[in-house]
Design a protein around this ligand. Structure first.
Ligand code: HEM
Length: 227
């Protein structure tokens, strides 16, 4: 049984499992970003990539199920750790939080995490379960552009794009702390390299947020011509 097994772990082990599951999620985020950037090469490249992925089914169902399980374990353990921390030191925790040596990203982890969960649910409804040949795939010339058209139409709405960009900002913050936290939890600490890891982690979080946000921004600002 997965649940009693997870609950029985010590706090350190729970943190380690959270770190490792977080690493798999970061790898997914990077892979997904690489796939999404095909949008800059036009509808044929983007839809071709989506079709190649779809061609990997039924094997892909297994990968998706494992990814979902990893996501749920990450969420469950994080919530459990926060709850255990609060139970153990309700007053001290507040004081500890106020010391100020914790970055904004670290203090915002529960909030940015919640935004990401809400985003993923909305996002799946938006694109994964969208009809790739339906009315949402049709662009201004009256032709269907498949999944490319669905994404393009969604981001042509500035509010839709703005919400995506906000969610990407939350993701960037979450990752900027998550990556350095991963290193620390797994015991990488060095007076010389830890500040460097912190900088790289912040840089990577920012880069991922900017790269993802560039897509809704490019469509909403009319910089991505239909091709
Ligand atoms: C501009 C940003 C993004 C765009 C344009 C985008 C686009 C897409 C598209 C088109 C699909 C459907 C793929 C298909 O059915 O073949 C998809 C699926 C998905 N996206 Fe995104 N995505 C973005 C950001 C994100 C982010 C930041 C996350 C995670 C935090 C994410 C998580 C997912 C997941 C979990 C799926 C389902 C994967 C699957 O069906 O195998 N996406 N995305």
């Amino acid at each position: 049984m997965v649940c009693p097994f997870l609950c029985a772990q010590s706090s350190i082990q729970k943190k380690q499992i959270t770190a490792v599951t977080g690493l798999f999620l970061i790898l997914f985020v990077l892979g997904h970003l690489a796939g999404n950037l095909f949008i800059y090469l036009g509808h044929e490249a983007f839809n071709g990539y989506a079709q190649k992925l779809a061609g990997l089914r039924p094997g892909l169902y297994l990968v998706e199920t494992v990814l979902l399980l990893i996501f749920l374990i990450h969420l469950y353990l994080t919530a459990l750790l926060v709850w255990e921390n609060r139970q153990a030191r309700p007053v001290a925790y507040r004081q500890w939080q106020m010391i100020g040596e914790h970055s904004i990203a670290s203090r915002l982890m529960p909030w940015t995490g919640t935004v990401i969960i809400a985003f993923v649910v909305w996002h799946l409804r938006d694109f994964t379960f969208a009809d790739g040949d339906g009315p949402r795939s049709i662009l201004s010339d009256g032709q269907s552009y498949g999944l490319y058209g669905v994404v393009y139409n969604a981001f042509a709405d500035p509010w839709h794009s703005a919400l995506y960009i906000l969610a990407m900002a939350a993701l960037g913050f979450h990752l900027s702390h998550g990556i350095q936290s991963f290193a620390q939890t797994l015991g990488f600490y060095h007076p010389r390299y830890t500040p460097l890891i912190r900088k790289m982690s912040n840089g990577l979080g920012l880069l991922i947020a900017l790269a993802y946000s560039s897509i809704p921004a490019a469509v909403a600002l009319g910089c991505l011509a239909v091709r």
